[in-house]
Design a protein. Structure first.
Length: 264
């Protein structure tokens, strides 16, 4: 079966010792969980898990402001990037000197399975990928069963302040929340991460606001502000557990299951 990434580029299993630069925090974590921590030669400043394993790995900037010269100096065999998290023009520039550029774009919870299979096959870590897949399927089945036994709720999931921004349903975050029985609003939006105002008519349909810890670092003081603006219950939530795909999705679904149990 062809190993195609999100751009439709075909990859083949790599022979030799890979030198990997990851431009995505969740992919950096996944690379480590596939047993490839020693192959990581570069990461962004936002790639922080697993902390101890990454201390020795050089930083190449942020997800949106990658230092191309720093990447070139590391002589990677592979660059791992994401359509939403990285700037297209920067990734295209690095394609000129990185032999293998793998671009992903998971948009649903089940896309994790394809991600495990793709990277597992490229880097010849099929056994590790199969174990992640098995753990994922078990966690997903548990969460879906739990959610089915509870009333579904509509939620607002802000991701930024000034301007206020949220997610549409065509996003990985919305898919994760839907698996837990939380359907994001708005239903329709002109962009995947729409700007909204607190007088938007659809906000009257929101049952609760889920306030994540990232990408905007909402804190306890924002709970009072948003409760006043929305008139709805506000619940803080670990943003990494919802937005990080890859191996973190397994822990994320277990985390969401715990939150749903608490909301009974």
């Amino acid at each position: 079966m062809a190993l195609l990434d999100a751009l439709g580029h075909e990859h083949i299993p790599f022979n030799g010792t890979p030198r990997i630069v990851s431009l995505v925090p969740s992919l950096t974590e996944l690379i480590c969980d596939l047993g490839l921590a020693d192959a990581l030669v570069g990461r962004t400043g936002f790639c922080v898990h697993p902390k101890e394993r990454l201390r020795r790995v050089p930083k190449v900037g942020g997800t949106k402001d990658v230092n191309g010269d720093a990447v070139r100096a590391l002589a990677p065999t592979h660059l791992i990037a994401d359509i939403d998290e990285n700037r297209r023009e920067q990734v295209e520039e690095m394609m000129a000197f990185v032999p293998h550029v793998v671009v992903v774009h998971p948009r649903t919870v089940n896309d994790n399975r394809g991600l495990y299979a793709l990277l597992g096959a490229i880097f010849r870590r099929d056994d590790q990928a199969a174990q992640l897949d098995a753990d994922f399927c078990a966690a997903c089945a548990m969460l879906i069963t739990l959610a089915a036994a509870r009333p579904r709720e509509t939620v607002l999931y802000p991701i930024w302040r000034t301007p206020w921004m949220t997610v549409c349903r065509d996003t990985y975050i919305a898919s994760m929340l839907a698996a837990a029985g939380w359907d994001t609003l708005p239903i329709d939006a002109p962009t995947r991460f729409p700007v909204f105002e607190w007088d938007a008519p659809w906000l009257t349909q929101v049952d609760r606001v889920l306030l994540p810890s990232e990408p905007f670092a909402f804190t306890a003081r924002h709970v009072t502000e948003i409760a006043a603006l929305s008139g709805k219950p506000v619940q803080r939530i670990d943003g990494e557990m919802v937005s990080w795909y890859g191996s973190r999705a397994i822990a994320g679904m277990r985390y969401l299951a715990g939150l749903r149990r608490q909301s009974d």
